[in-house]
Write a protein that binds this ligand. Structure first.
Ligand code: DP6
Length: 403
C-alpha cells in the first residue's frame, strides 16, 4: 500500500445508460421536486456505445464532499446534486435506524468523493445529464446499501434521469401526489423484448449552444397554450398506444407516434414566447429524408426524434438499417474516414438503387452530419466489479486516466 492510501476507504464504481424519449417530457408542475406536466416514455440505449461511469468513495479522512466531472472539479453545492446526495443519505440513515444489519454504520456519516466520466463527447449534445444523475444515484445507493425505488431520487437530479434507472422500454408515470412519491419510472419491457429494434444517432454539426432543457421548459410552461393541450388531451392516449405498440412489436405505430411526438414537442417550442429553436437546417433535411424514404417504400421503415438540440435519433429495424445508413451517407457525404464517420454496432454495406436516389430527390449536403453512432436498446445501471476500473485512486483522488 502506498503512503497516501487510506485505510478505511470504501469505494464503488457503476455505469448508467443514456435514454432517448419517444414520448417527450416537456414541462414541470413542480420545479423543486421535478414533477412533470405529462408522462413520458423512452428507450434505454446500450452502454457499449453510450454510458456514464461513476466512482464514489467515502472515508473518515475526507473533509468535504467533492465531485469531478469529465476531469474537472465541479461545485458540489449545486441544488440538484445536493437533493440527490441528501435523499440517499436520508434513506441510508433511515435504514440504519431500523437496525438493518446490512447497513454500514460509519460510511453514511462520511464525506464522499465522486468522479464521473462519459464514454461519448459531451459536446455531441447527447442526453448526458440523464445518464449522469442516474449513475450518481445508483452508485451512491450501492455505496450506502440503499435498496428499493431509486427513480424518484434520480428524478430530483434531472427529470429524464429517472428513466435511465431501467433498461429497455421505460415509462415515467405522471403521478398525482403533491410529494411526487408516485411520479416514478417503470420498465414497460426489457431490452431483450424487441431485439430487432435499432437506433442511430446522427450527430449534426451544431454551431451555437441552444437553450437548456430546464429553462426552455420553464418558459414553455409559462407561455405555451399548446403545452397544456398536449398534456391534457394528447399524451395520455399516446402513452397507451405507444405501450401497446411496443408490446406488439408494431414498428409502424411505434415509428409514427415517435415522429409525431417529436414534432409536437418542437411545435411547443415554437409556441413558446419568445420561441425556442432546437432544430437547424440539417435537422429539417433529415426529417424530409426520412419521410421521402418511407414514402418510397410506402411504409414506415425509419422514424426520427429530436431532443433539445439539432441531433437526430433514428429508430429502425435490423433488416432496414443498412440501407438507411447508406442513404444517410449518400445525402450527407462525409469528408472524414469511414471509421470516424460510423461508430458502434456494425452494419453490412449495401448498394443503393438509382431509382431510389432519384425518387428521394434531395440535393446532397456534404458534411451535414459529423458522425453516426449505431446502437440498440440496452440494460439499466450496472456495478463494475473490476477494481482496476475505479476512477479514484487509493488516495481517494481522481486517477490520471479519469482526467
Ligand atoms: C427534450 O431531463 O434534461 O430530452 O428535468 O430540467 O433536468 P430537467 O430536464 P431534462 O429534459 C429532457 C427533455 C427532453 C425530453 C425527454 O428526455 O423526455
Amino acid at each position: 500500500m502506498s503512503e497516501n492510501s487510506l485505510q478505511d476507504l470504501d469505494m464503488v464504481t457503476c455505469t448508467a445508460p443514456v435514454n432517448i424519449a419517444v414520448i417527450k417530457y416537456w414541462g414541470k408542475r413542480d420545479e423543486d421536486l421535478i414533477l412533470p406536466v405529462n408522462a413520458s416514455l423512452s428507450v434505454t440505449l446500450h452502454q457499449d456505445h453510450l454510458k456514464t461511469t461513476t466512482t464514489i468513495a467515502c472515508s473518515r479522512s475526507f473533509h468535504k464532499d467533492c465531485i469531478w466531472l469529465n476531469g474537472k472539479e465541479q461545485d458540489i453545492s449545486h441544488p440538484r446534486l445536493q437533493s440527490c446526495l441528501q435523499e440517499i443519505r436520508r434513506l441510508a440513515y433511515r435504514r440504519q435506524n431500523t437496525g438493518d444489519p446490512a447497513s454500514d454504520v460509519n460510511s453514511v456519516y462520511n464525506k464522499v468523493h465522486i468522479c464521473s466520466v462519459n464514454n461519448f463527447p459531451t459536446a455531441a449534445g447527447l442526453a448526458s445529464s440523464a445518464a449522469g444523475y442516474a449513475c450518481l444515484v445508483y452508485t451512491l445507493s450501492q455505496l450506502f446499501n440503499v435498496e428499493g425505488e431509486l427513480s424518484g431520487v434520480a428524478r430530483q437530479g434531472s427529470g429524464s434521469a429517472c428513466r435511465s434507472l431501467y433498461g429497455g422500454f421505460v415509462q415515467w408515470k405522471l403521478g398525482e401526489q403533491s410529494d411526487g412519491k408516485d411520479s416514478i419510472a417503470e420498465q414497460v419491457a426489457s431490452e431483450l423484448y424487441w431485439p430487432e429494434l435499432r437506433v442511430l444517432i446522427l450527430v449534426v454539426s451544431a454551431e451555437q449552444k441552444s437553450v437548456g432543457s430546464t429553462s426552455g421548459m420553464h418558459t414553455s410552461v409559462e407561455t405555451s397554450q399548446l403545452l397544456k393541450y398536449r398534456a391534457d388531451a394528447v399524451v395520455p392516449g399516446r402513452m397507451e398506444k405507444m405501450i401497446r405498440a411496443i408490446l406488439l412489436r408494431d414498428f409502424t405505430t411505434f415509428g409514427e407516434l415517435t415522429m409525431k411526438d417529436s414534432n409536437q414537442f418542437h411545435a411547443i417550442c415554437l409556441d413558446t414566447y419568445p420561441p425556442i429553436f432546437y432544430l437547424n437546417n440539417i435537422s429539417h433535411q433529415i426529417i424530409s429524408l426520412v419521410h421521402r424514404y418511407n414514402q418510397y417504400y410506402g411504409e414506415t421503415r425509419v422514424a426520427y426524434t429530436f431532443d433539445a438540440g439539432p441531433n437526430a435519433v433514428i429508430y429502425s429495424l435490423h433488416d432496414h438499417l443498412p440501407e438507411f445508413v447508406e442513404v444517410v451517407r449518400h445525402f450527407f457525404p462525409p469528408e472524414v474516414d469511414k471509421e470516424e464517420f460510423f461508430k458502434g454496432l456494425p452494419v453490412c454495406p449495401v448498394d443503393l438503387s438509382e431509382e431510389m436516389i432519384r425518387d428521394i430527390n434531395m440535393k446532397p449536403t456534404p458534411n451535414g452530419i459529423r458522425y453516426i453512432i449505431s446502437t440498440k436498446a440496452g440494460p439499466g445501471p450496472c456495478v463494475v466489479e473490476d477494481p482496476k476500473l475505479h476512477l479514484l485512486g487509493a488516495d481517494g483522488l481522481p486517477k490520471k486516466s479519469a482526467v
